[in-house]
Write a protein that binds this ligand. Structure first.
Ligand code: NAD
Ligand code: UDP
Length: 314
């Protein structure tokens, strides 16, 4: 292995977003160490990298510690259940990976004097009263509701990251990721895009929660990876929103997916989950001005690519 290659450690690297990051950095010539316990991830996402020189997979629960070798230049902390269904089913592992896992990942960065990037989330804004959401908004989070295991864990993770920056002078970055979709999501992970695709592929009606008028802004994974890379190499030390600012109701998303497949499966309405945010759209002025980042992939195009991938792989 060439000694002048930069080394990046990615926790959660066998998950949806993490595996695309492993690909990106591996293809850009980095030595990549992927640490994942596969709790919501899948080895299939990184199978093409396994055994290749410059790629290492460590199966480990990062909440218990990270057995990382030395010489790490960057630490990306992406380990955490991310689908509401996953984190509500895994409340304590989610709280632990946001708290203890972030502590361990920051410890690796501190020991190696590495740059650290935390994958945070739009969920830190909770069910937001400010719309669209700017990074300066402090949020509206129920601290004891079922979603709190994720929201509060990520808020703690942000606070810990900033404390390590202030106390230990680590170079840190915080990305607040808004709903991201694309190939390699688990078809059964419960998030709206894979759920609707799974249902339409099996000629079942789409399950719309509530009245379907709640909104989300969907970012295709290639745009997200581009935003993450730009943030990592930027001088932004405060949180940055990365997401697509085009906002859709869940009913609009359901219509688009049925149109793209040409199937008339219909809709079945189900109860809205507790504390489900009513609206969500990022203000991306900071990313646009500081990172020169804007998303490029329209929802229709990204959904077509995602549908194609699920048809071939699910
Ligand atoms: P994912 O569930 O596909 O990936 C998470 C990965 O982390 C999985 O491979 C899982 O096995 C691993 N993991 C979880 N706990 C672990 C632990 N204790 N030790 C080691 N590995 C562990 O989810 P994703 O959508 O790829 O999300 C990745 C990150 O991005 C998460 O931190 C999530 O909070 C953040 N994020 C994602 C979105 C999105 O829309 N995809 C939105 C906001 C934030
Ligand atoms: N949703 C839905 N039907 C589904 C899955 C989700 O109507 O089968 C809704 C959910 O209630 C939420 C939105 O879609 O309002 C996005 O949900 P997701 O689980 O993808 O992520 P969230 O943005 O809530 O974290």
């Amino acid at each position: 292995m060439s000694r002048n290659k930069k080394t990046i450690l990615i926790t959660g690297g066998a998950g949806f977003v993490g595996s695309h990051l492993c690909d990106r950095f591996f293809n850009d010539g980095f030595k990549v160490i992927c640490v994942d316990n596969l709790i919501t991830g899948n080895k299939a996402n990184i199978i093409h990298l396994l055994g290749r020189p410059g790629f290492q997979f460590i199966k480990q629960n990062v909440s218990n510690g990270i057995d990382a070798p030395g010489g790490i230049d960057y630490v990306l902390h992406f380990a955490s259940p991310a689908s509401p269904v996953d984190y509500i089913n895994l409340p304590i592992p989610t709280l632990k990976v946001g708290a203890l896992g972030t502590h361990k990942a920051l410890g690796v960065a501190k020991k190696n004097k590495a740059t650290f990037l935390l994958a945070s989330t739009s969920e830190v804004y909770g069910d937001p009263l400010e719309h669209p959401q700017k990074e300066t908004y402090w949020g509206h989070v129920n601290p004891v509701g079922p979603r709190s295991v994720y929201d509060e864990a990520k808020r703690f993770a942000e606070a810990l990251t900033m404390a390590y920056r202030r106390v230990h002078k680590i170079n840190t970055k915080i990305i607040r990721i808004f709903n991201t979709y694309g190939p390699r999501m688990r078809i059964k992970d419960g998030r709206v895009v894979p759920n609707f695709i799974d249902q339409v592929m099996h000629n079942k009606p789409l399950t719309v929660y509530g009245d379907g008028k709640q909104t989300r802004s969907f970012c295709y994974v290639s745009d997200m990876v581009d935003g993450i890379v730009r943030l990592l190499f930027s001088n932004c030390s405060t949180p940055v929103n990365i997401g697509n600012p085009k906002e859709f109701t869940i009913l609009e998303l359901a219509k688009l997916i049925t149109q793209l497949t040409g199937k008339k499966v219909g809709i079945v309405y189900k109860p809205l989950p507790v504390d489900d945010p009513k609206q969500r759209r990022p203000d991306i002025t900071l990313a646009k001005t500081k990172l020169r980042w804007t998303p490029k992939v329209e929802l229709k195009e990204g959904l077509s690519q995602t549908l194609r991938w699920f048809m071939e792989n699910a």
